[in-house]
Ligand binder design. Structure first.
Ligand code: ADP
Ligand code: MG
Length: 292
């Protein structure tokens, strides 16, 4: 399968949200990374045909998706950024409702299999109103998988989840087949570092670079530094530098930072991780609210 974005641009009135996005994607997990406002949801909404691009086209194996209609929708699974479920439905009831909408015949076995995959078997009879945020997200993933989609789009699937729920989510993605194109839009690097085959960095509506996590780390080789410092100096330094954080070990403290030039005389080169890549390109850290 080949999914191609060809010169996709989108304006909301005078506001430009996407500029000439060109991408070619194959089976695997693709992380669409970028800070809030980068244009991730806009791109995902164009891909799922909920929004029209101002310019450009998207093709699947050479065919324009807007012309494929129902055939495209049958291949698509989508978890929107803010999925809404009826609070009075049970988890099972939601699954059944969407299975009926998709015209699935005898969906019970598939529903049970998916509820098991996302760890909701025991809670399937409980009302959604009593589900935690994490449980609702997991249910959303199960819904998006109902029709065994060949193209799975997940928009900020871990927003509002605690670290344990996020780990559970990563395990679910890891269990999905290798026969799908999965696109996972997020501003949280730690969610995708271990599970993505390919990263797409989106900044101010433009794709600035793409590649595997290893490729991207290679790009910033030699730009990551550790600098031993007093706590006081370190705290002052990170206040003025968005591309730096403090790392404490049992017997030492240093500032971990990313820059083109060596920041201090006593700085030593350090290996890059994907969070460093994010800091380098976006000039900010990708940490979730609760980690800050
Ligand atoms: P992300 O999902 O990466 O946070 P979005 O695609 O939601 O980014 O938004 C990209 C940009 O487009 C933002 O500046 C946002 O304010 C703007 N935007 C999104 N939706 C609309 C809309 N319906 N009308 C006007 N501007 C919008
Ligand atoms: Mg978004």
């Amino acid at each position: 399968m080949e999914l191609q974005f060809v010169n996709i641009s989108k304006n909301y009135g005078k506001k430009t949200a996407l500029t000439n996005v060109n991408l070619t994607l194959h089976e695997g997990v693709h992380a669409l990374l970028g800070p809030n406002g980068a244009g991730k949801s806009t791109l995902m909404n164009i891909l799922t045909c909920l929004l029209k691009a101002t310019d450009g086209k998207i093709t699947l194996d050479g065919e324009e998706i807007t012309a494929m209609g129902a055939r495209f929708r049958d291949m698509l699974g989508y978890l929107p950024q803010n999925p809404g479920f009826y609070n009075s439905f049970s988890g099972y009831g939601v699954m059944k409702y969407f299975a009926d909408l998709k015209g699935m015949k005898k969906p019970q076995d598939r529903i049970d299999e998916l509820l098991e995959l996302v760890n909701l078997t025991e809670d399937k009879k409980r009302k959604i109103g009593h589900y935690s945020g994490g449980m609702k997200r997991r249910l959303g993933i199960a819904v998006s998988l109902l029709n065994d989609p060949k193209l799975l789009v997940l928009d900020e699937p871990t927003a509002g989840l605690d670290p344990k729920e996020r780990m559970r989510f990563r395990n679910i993605i890891g269990k999905l087949g290798f026969d799908k194109i999965v696109i996972l839009a997020t501003h949280i690097v730690s969610d995708v570092e271990s599970i993505s085959d390919n990263c797409l960095l989106l900044k101010n509506g433009e794709i600035i670079t793409t590649g595997s996590a290893d490729d991207l780390k290679e790009h910033i080789k030699g730009k990551v530094f550790n600098t031993p410092m007093s706590q006081e100096k370190a705290e002052e330094y990170i206040l003025n530098n968005s591309c730096a954080n403090i790392i404490k070990t049992e017997d030492s403290l240093f500032v971990h930072s990313v820059s083109d030039e060596k920041p201090f005389e006593n700085s030593v080169p350090a290996p890059a991780n994907l969070e460093d890549v994010y800091m380098y390109y976006f000039n900010e850290q990708s940490k979730t609210e609760e980690e800050k």
